[in-house]
Structures are given as structure tokens and as C-alpha cells.
Design a protein around this ligand. Structure first.
Ligand code: NAG
Ligand code: NAG
Ligand code: NAG
Length: 772
């Protein structure tokens, strides 16, 4: 972003008309001294290379005035010009209280300039200036904590790139939860009162699997990091914290471009390499590196290559330094390989046109940022240093044009290039450091075709790249060489090290669907994504039969309440008509059975649903109420007024309602690799379950329904919604005669951990009429 890129601010500086004065514009440097021609304004440091002047005023009457900065202390002719807010180098115009964002030239920062001024070259007159303090601590991206949580969620340290932008390097998440969202809000911890943070595509759909991708998120609307206390991943439907970090309250970070009224779009360059193949290269220089994106319509197993010629002014293949890029159409995994074209032959041993890594270890200086297939176009985005990193690289120069080369051709079996089918046949030069120019078609409307791709992906990718470059330059992200994506040799299984699978077309549709608040998965398993939207009522005939716990069983009225899996399509969702999030209550080893109780009898629940409130996803206090949804702990006072809790919550006059049904976590865990959907009956599924318990004591709740107890109640989890099911309360309980019980059983899981005490009492719990 701004630190690194002079041409980023080409766009019109938008007049910040009507915005509140307290708006964050960066670190305040001071007011311009008002010397001549009405020059005035408040100067802010946006970041190391960007200044913002609020209410800039100048009468335009000076003969040859320019924005100036100098590495000397005084405003004089030893300084250098700054381009204006539109990236023009001309004499500056008249300004009337306008917001102006200026970028220092390449190589200059607020640490090596000492003064900024408006300078009249013709008469050597200073119209107004502001001094930059020594060792000025300008706003810059800040690295904070890493994400860590359940569902394999992890990341490297998150970078706050600017007041509205978070960068999450190396994000992992298994994609298995039905309704996970990036989530934020006030205070140190997530709660249902938080807000969704749109994903890297700007959508609010449930998150998919992440496999080490670097994700850039923009806070919605006018929200800034100064307004939030935490950030993380949250399961909205079930109010589960999957992992979060706290946002430090004092951060010296740049404002976002949006806050400055500057559009980031304008910094990208584009050139068409070949019209017929819709082969384009887009790029932006960012400090010491350049971010490039190559786009082409490729056949399966075809590569596109682009790079710098071996000769500075002639396009020649030999000696060239190119990137060979492609997207595997099956796995959607993207590749960008650093190649050195030693000679015209195919790579063989360490000779020929080979990946740099064939010539020497650690010679790959390309960092793959993103890859996507969009409407049949392969799009690969990568970053490389401007300088040549080793003898197999050519530099990208910033002081003039240089010859480029490109080719398209088939990959061989080793995923290396074979002889190109199309290539550049004349000399072609590019000035990579030119002021940004988009020399590729930009269509009107939404005509499909390559140019739609261009527009879409331009908008879609630019922020991410700009942000990445900025964060990289500030060294808040791992340096290029070590952050290169790992390669899993030959392993191209779906999802492995995949960089991105964005598909804007789908994403668009999803975006619309996501306007609704319902979860968009129909199943607790990730496999169903992209299917129907909204919780589809599941026909109950599809549900497994779960024998209810009869009112005469167990005799002593003791129930074990533990956690376990929701059991696929025919489990929790089919039984309740509501999606599950992967876990639910097991009562005496049964998946959410209906419990029948009789008034006047005392029941004891041995609760093993977890007792560490810090790990929300493993903290399930048991309680009984007349609310079929659950999650009492997160209900508003209004919602609570409509609910009567019958057991499991302690209410005190002062202080919050406290759950008391907490104990160590015991979890029925599926063994074997058969899918839950493949089991014909719960009994068969149950045989694969094994009880695993943490150490510690269970919790105990006693409850005696009486004549005031309603006929239907629900057992649920205090901190999460939709984990439990029904309790039927009866006045009397008739035990059937023994002959009515069929002699078929649901077998107990064979592998009950005998040492985990207390455990399920097999004698009472499984003697149930079974399913056919
Ligand atoms: C660019 O800079 C390099 C090294 O500083 C120099 O050798 C080269 O002649 C310059 N090129 C142009 C076009 O000014
Ligand atoms: C209270 O519960 C009743 C019965 O389920 C329901 O119809 C009603 O909408 C609820 N009211 C509020 C304010 O939640
Ligand atoms: C729960 O019980 C209370 C008290 O009887 C009643 O006012 C409320 O409507 C019930 N709520 C639901 C959701 O049934």
C-alpha cells in the first residue's frame, strides 16, 4: 500500500466533505507554516512514505510552485519535488481546503527527510513548511498475535496493515463447521453481539477450508481496529468461539486508503501480451519487490511463462529469467516457478530451461500469492524481488524500459516446461516503474469474456497484493525467501497447499445468498457446501431411530450427559430438523435421545461436557429449560424473560446467571474411517464410537420435576445453541411387562474405556428396542 508504492495515489483525492473532524488520518505532524500565497493545512504522517494534508489551501498564484521535501533541515533548492495527489509532476494548482495525499519518491522515507514544504522554483521561495522530527515514529503495519483454536485453526502472527485491514498469513481451518465466520466486536472476547467481518472475497458466507493461505480482510464500513477489542473465527449459528486474538488498544498504524478517500484501484499496470490467448500481465511495484499477475486462457496441462529477457533491450530467450505459472484444473492448485532459461532445451539434469531450484537449493525467489480459475481463465499472482537474488535471476529495473519475454506451452510429466507452442517473436519492452497504466481492455457492462475477468480480478486482487507488499516491506510478514510456499513433492491431492480456489462467479451468487442471516450449509459436513441454501428441514423418515429413554429407566434415575458427534445426515439434523455443528449431547451413550421422566422423582445428571470456560468450543454446561434452542448464557435479558430454567443454572440477586452443570469433558469419538452417512442405523454407528475423557471430575445436577413442571422441556448447552433435545415429563410411569420388550439390543460400543470412571452403565442404557 502507500508505504511502498508511489503510484498508488494516482486516484483523485476525494474531498472529505462532511466527515467528522475526529477522523483518523494518521499521526499528526503539525500545521503548515503559513508564509505566502495562503498556504495552509494540517499535515499527517500516513505511513513511512505517505503524507496527508487536511484542508490544504493554496491560492495557485505562485509562478512555479511544487510540493517539496528535503533531506536537509531547511526549505531550499536542495530539496526534491513530490508528485501531486494525481501523480502529476506539474506545477501545483489552486487548492481550497482540500485533502491531499502525497507519496515520497522511491527510496525516501519520513526517516530521511527533514522537512516538507511548498516551494516556488522560479523565485526560490518557501510558501509554507512543516518539519519532520528526528527519528519520527511513523505509523506502520503492526504484528500482533497468531490465531489458534479448534477445527485446526491456526495462523502466523496477524498483521494489522492499516486501520481497516488485517492480514492473516498461513491461515489454516478444516472447513468442517457449518457456519464459521470471521468475527469481531468490542471487548476482549467474542460474543453473539459481535459483527461479521467479510472474508477475503468480501463475502459473509460460512468459511471454507484454509490450507495455509494468506488472507487479507477489510473491516466493513467505517469500522476500524480502534473500534474492536478482538478478532477471530466464530460459529455464528451455534455461538461457538473457534479461536480469537485480542486487538491491542494503542496501535501506531496507518489509516486505510478509504479513510483518506483514496482509491487503491489505480495502482495496477496491465499489458496485453497476446490477444488471441487473452494473455495479460498486470503488476505493481512495491518497495523492493514487484507483484505480478499473469492471466491466460490455457488448455489443461498448459503453462504460461513471463519474465525478463537475457538481454536488456532485445527479447531473447536464452539467459532469460521467467516465471512458469499454471493452475491445475482438477485440484485448482496454483503454481509459480522461478525458471532460468540456460538454453533452449528442455530441462534435463541441471541444464536447459529449468526451475532455478534445479540449479541450486534455495534459488526459487518467487512467492506464489494466489491462483484461481475464473471463467476458464488461469490467474496466477506472485511476488519477486526487484533485484536479482542469485545468478539465475535478472533484475527488474526501475529507471527505464527493459526487454521481456513470454511463452505458452505444454507441461511435461514432471510438471516442467516442454517446448512452447506460442512465444514472443519480436522485441517488446516494458518500463515496470512507470506511473500505473491499465493498457488492457476494460469492458462496459458485464460482457462475459476475458475482459470481464480482467475487471473482476483487478478489483479482487489488487487490495490483497498491495497490502501484502506493504506488510512484506515492513517485514511484518516473513521475508520473501523463507515464505515461499512449501511444495509437497508430487503430492497434488485436492486441497494440499492450495493457495486459492476463488471463483468470483460462484462467489457472487453466494454473496447474494449471504445477505440472509441463515446458515448456508445444509449439512454439518463440509461436503455439502455450494448446495442448497438455508437449513433444509430433513424428513424425519430419514432419521436414525434413537430409542428414547423410558421413564422407568434407569431405575435410579442417573443419566450420563457427554459429548459426541452429530452422526451425519441421518443423525442430529434429521432428528431435530435443524443443522448440527458437529457435536451434540449423548445421554447414556445415545445421540440426543428423548428423555421421559416422571414428576416427583429425583433425577441425577452426571455431566461431562467440559469445564474450561476459556476454551469455548469445549465448554458445554448442561441445563434444562423450556427453550428448544439453548445457549442461555448468550441470550439477551429480553430473550431470557421468555425462558424458564428448570435445572443447571444458579441465579443470584447480583451478578450473572452461572451454569453449574460443568464437569470434565468426555467425548464419544468415532473410530475407523467410514463416513457417518454410510451407517444404516445408529446402533451400527454407535459401535464405532469410543468414549474419551479428559481427567477431572464430572459435574452433577439434580432435578425433580413437580406438578408445575411443563410437559415438554429441553436439555441444552449453556454456551452453545442446538446441542440437545427433548424431555417429556409425565405424571405416571407405566413399566411395560417384560414380554413386550423385544429381545434385540443395540450393542454397547465394544471399546468402552473401562478405566474412565464414571462411565456408562451398560446394563441399563442399551437395553432398548432396536431399529429395523
Ligand atoms: C539504470 O541504472 C543502472 C544502474 O544504476 C544504470 O547502469 C543504467 O544505465 C540506468 N538505465 C537508464 C535507462 O537510465
Ligand atoms: C416466547 O415463547 C413463545 C413460545 O415459544 C414464543 O411464541 C414467543 O415468540 C416468545 N417470545 C419472545 C419475545 O421470544
Ligand atoms: C417458558 O415458560 C415461561 C413460564 O411458564 C413462559 O412464560 C414462556 O413463554 C415459556 N417459553 C417458551 C419458549 O415456551
Amino acid at each position: 500500500m502507500a508505504t511502498t508504492e508511489p503510484i498508488i495515489f494516482v486516484a483523485l483525492a476525494v474531498c472529505l466533505f462532511g466527515r467528522v473532524d475526529s477522523q483518523y488520518l494518521g499521526k499528526f505532524l503539525g500545521k503548515l507554516s503559513e508564509l505566502h500565497h495562503g498556504v495552509a493545512g494540517e499535515v499527517y504522517a500516513v505511513d513511512g512514505r505517505t503524507l496527508h494534508i487536511k484542508d490544504f489551501t493554496y491560492d495557485g498564484q505562485g509562478p512555479a510552485a511544487y510540493f517539496y521535501a528535503s533531506t536537509y533541515k531547511t526549505a531550499d533548492s536542495r530539496g526534491f519535488r513530490l508528485r501531486d495527489e494525481n501523480n502529476n509532476g506539474d506545477v501545483i494548482r489552486r487548492y481550497r481546503k482540500e485533502s491531499v495525499t502525497l507519496t515520497l519518491p522511491e527510496g525516501k522515507t519520513l526517516n530521511n527527510i527533514k522537512i516538507f514544504y511548498v516551494w516556488c522554483e522560479e523565485f526560490d521561495v518557501n510558501f509554507g513548511d512543516i518539519k519532520i522530527p528526528r527519528n519520527f515514529d511513523f505509523p506502520r503495519p503492526q504484528k500482533i498475535d497468531a490465531l489458534k483454536g479448534v477445527h485446526s485453526i491456526s495462523s502466523d502472527n496477524i498483521v494489522i496493515v492499516d486501520a481497516q485491514t488485517l492480514l492473516i498469513p498461513n491461515l489454516h481451518y478444516d472447513g468442517e463447521a457449518p457456519d464459521a465466520k470471521f468475527w469481531s466486536g468490542r471487548g476482549p472476547k467474542p460474543s453473539p453481539q459481535g459483527i461479521r467481518i467479510p472474508d477475503e472475497n468480501g463475502k459473509e458466507v460460512p468459511l471454507r477450508k484454509y490450507d495455509g493461505k494468506t488472507v487479507v480482510l477489510t473491516l466493513p464500513g467505517d469500522l476500524t481496529v480502534f473500534d474492536i477489542g478482538h478478532f477471530g473465527i466464530w460459529c455464528e449459528e451455534f455461538t461457538v468461539d473457534f479461536g480469537h486474538i485480542q486487538i491491542p488498544q494503542t496501535l501506531n498504524i496507518p489509516p486505510s486508503l478509504k479513510m483518506l478517500g483514496v482509491s487503491p484501484q489505480s495502482k495496477l499496470n496491465c499489458e496485453v501480451l497476446n490477444d488471441e490467448l487473452a494473455f495479460e500481465v498486470r503488476w505493481a511495484i512495491a518497495g523492493e519487490s514487484i507483484v505480478l499477475q499473469v492471466v491466460a486462457k490455457l488448455d489443461d496441462r498448459e503453462y504460461m511463462s513471463f519474465g525478463v529477457s537475457g538481454d536488456q533491450f532485445k527479447s531473447v530467450m536464452v539467459g532469460g529469467d521467467v516465471v512458469v505459472a499454471w493452475v491445475d484444473k482438477t485440484t485448482l492448485k496454483g503454481y509459480a516457478e522461478d525458471y532460468y532459461l540456460q538454453d533452449k532445451s528442455q530441462c534435463s539434469g541441471p541444464t536447459g530451461s529449468c526451475p532455478d531450484s534445479k540449479f541450486a537449493d534455495d534459488a526459487n525467489n518467487i512467492r506464489l500469492l494466489n491462483a484461481a480459475m475464473v471463467n476458464g481463465y488461469s490467474i496466477v499472482t506472485y511476488q519477486r524481488p526487484l533485484k536479482a537474488s542469485d545468478q539465475y535471476d535478472q533484475p527488474i529495473v526501475t529507471n527505464g524500459s527493459q526487454a521481456i519475454i513470454w511463452a505458452i506451452g505444454p507441461l511435461n510429466q514432471r510438471d516442467e516446461v516442454s517446448f512452447h507452442s506460442s512465444y514472443l517473436k519480436k522485441d517488446s519492452l516494458i518500463d515496470f516503474a512507470r506511473p500505473a497504466k491499465w493498457n488492457c481492455p476494460l469492458p462496459e457492462g458485464d460482457v462475459p469474456g476475458p475482459h470481464t475477468v480482467a475487471t473482476q480480478s483487478k478489483q479482487e486482487h489488487v487490495t490483497e497484493e498491495v497490502v501484502l507488499s506493504r506488510a512484506t516491506e515492513e517485514q511484518t510478514v516473513e521475508p520473501l525467501s523463507t515464505a515461499a510456499p512449501r511444495r509437497e513433492g508430487g503430492n497434488r491431492r485436492r486441497g494440499g497447499n492450495r493457495v486459492s480456489t476463488r471463483q468470483p462467479v460462484d462467489a457472487e451468487a453466494e454473496g447474494q445468498a449471504s445477505m440472509k442471516r441463515e446458515p448456508t450449509r445444509t449439512s454439518s459436513r463440509g461436503s455439502n457446501r455450494g448446495g442448497q441454501r438455508g437449513p433444509t428441514p430433513v424428513k424425519s423418515k430419514d432419521a436414525w431411530y434413537i430409542p428414547p429413554i423410558e421413564c422407568y429407566e434407569p431405575e435410579d434415575g442417573v443419566f450420563y450427559a457427554q459429548m459426541g458427534p452429530t452422526g451425519g445426515k441421518r443423525g442430529y439434523p434429521a432428528i431435530t430438523g435443524h443443522v448440527g455443528w458437529g457435536i451434540s449431547w449423548y445421554i447414556n451413550g445415545l445421540l440426543i435421545p428423548e428423555i421421559n421422566v416422571v414428576r416427583g422423582k429425583t433425577y441425577t445428571f452426571i455431566v461431562e461436557g467440559g469445564n474450561d470456560p476459556e476454551v469455548s468450543a469445549k465448554y458445554h454446561p448442561f441445563y434444562i429449560s423450556n427453550d428448544s434452542i439453548g445457549g442461555y448464557g448468550y441470550k439477551t435479558p429480553e430473550e431470557r424473560m421468555n425462558i424458564t430454567v428448570h435445572a443447571g443454572v444458579r441465579f443470584s440477586k447480583y451478578g450473572p446467571a452461572e451454569p453449574i452443570g460443568t464437569g470434565r469433558l468426555c467425548h464419544w469419538t468415532q473410530t475407523g474411517d467410514k463416513d457417518a452417512d454410510d451407517f444404516e442405523s445408529f446402533g451400527a454407528y454407535q459401535r464405532t464410537l469410543q468414549l474419551k475423557c479428559d481427567s477431572g471430575e464430572p459435574g452433577i445436577i439434580q432435578w425433580k420435576p413437580d406438578k408445575y413442571t411443563p410437559d415438554t422441556l429441553y436439555y441444552q448447552c449453556f454456551t452453545h445453541r442446538h446441542l440437545g433435545w427433548k424431555i417429556n415429563v409425565h405424571d405416571t410411569c407405566e413399566q411395560p411387562s417384560a414380554s413386550m420388550i423385544e429381545p434385540t439390543f443395540i450393542e454397547a460400543p465394544s471399546n468402552l474405556e473401562s478405566e474412565s470412571k464414571p462411565s456408562i452403565r451398560q446394563d441399563t442404557m442399551f437395553q432398548k428396542t432396536s431399529v429395523h
